[in-house]
Design a protein around this ligand. Structure first.
Ligand code: ZDP
Length: 282
């Protein structure tokens, strides 16, 4: 690893096996690592090893702000498992939540999160964005939704439903999840020309209207054990395709997330674990 790294203190956290290096970045306006350095830190052999690096930054009018670099160095607007880890990291740094929890500025807007009695973290993930121009994708006109639109990938047609949670997600329903060649198909969807900013891709098997099993190929991170924004997008896509109720368990390789899409507010709530793994110095 030829790249020099600043001697930064970091803490490693994971949410359902989706793992991150967290940096206290409150004293600087910009991330303390460059995208290239984030790639080096995320390397599972030459670095710490993680799906991404998350920076806890200062914020005006909110408790703190979040920025995330994927393990390929690209920046994402939002991350679900990561923001739960950030809540625990904030507590570790001595930040005290308000009556309704923490208010956090993200690329998907200001979101609220709170600790639950059983030690999980519950996050108001905001509304889903459904128009093609918001994903973004060229699969439909900018002001139209993308519901079960067939896309040719790897010589076969896949019906795709697209949802943004601040970051882009493509969802397709399959009969047998175990037969999906994720390492082969994932990059083909991620880099498909209909997604100008690339996409996260979710293969979903509906076990029941309240139980969805998912395998995920993440933009900028590859196959991961879980994706929180993706789990929200999967529930929305399943409801829009008449396959699920508005509250369900989304089962990921790393474990379950509880997701609810509230009718009155049109907002999604995600509840799940976040765990400290170790701390170190780069
Ligand atoms: O949109 C993207 O580029 C994602 N790879 C960002 C990370 C998403 C995350 N896995 C999540 O849980 O939402 C952290």
């Amino acid at each position: 690893m030829s790249l020099t790294l600043p001697p930064l203190h970091f803490v490693k956290y994971e949410g359902l096996g989706n793992d991150f290096v967290l940096i206290d970045n409150r004293t600087f306006a910009d991330p303390l690592l460059t995208p290239e350095q984030a790639v080096a830190v995320c390397d599972r052999h030459f670095g710490v090893g993680a799906d991404g690096v998350i920076f806890l930054l200062g914020a005006q009018g909110a408790d703190f702000a979040m920025r995330i670099f994927n393990s390929d160095g690209s920046e994402a607007q939002m991350c679900g498992n990561g923001i739960r880890c950030l809540a625990r990291f904030a507590l570790e740094l001595g930040l005290a939540p308000g009556d309704t929890g923490f208010a956090v500025d993200t690329g998907a807007g200001r979101l609220a999160l709170a600790l639950t009695a059983d030690g999980r973290v519950s996050v108001d993930m905001g509304p889903p964005y459904l128009l093609a121009g918001e994903i973004p994708t060229t699969l439909a006109a900018a002001d139209e939704k993308v519901l079960s639109v067939p896309v040719e990938v790897d010589g076969r047609s896949w019906p795709l439903t697209c949802v943004s949670m601040g970051n882009p997600h493509a969802v397709t329903f399959v009969d047998d999840l175990d037969r999906i060649d994720l390492a082969r198909l994932g990059p083909l969807f991620e880099h498909h020309p209909v997604f100008p900013e690339r996409t996260n891709t979710h293969f979903v098997q509906v076990l029941s209207p309240t139980h969805l099993r998912v395998r995920v190929w993440e933009r900028g991170a590859g196959a991961t054990l879980a994706c929180g924004t993706g789990a929200c997008a999967v529930l929305v896509a399943a409801v829009l395709n008449g396959l699920a109720e508005r509250e369900a368990t989304v089962e990921l390789p790393g474990g379950p997330l509880a997701i609810a899409w509230e009718v009155e507010t049109n907002r999604l709530r995600m509840t799940g674990p976040a765990r400290r793994v170790f701390a170190g110095q780069l």
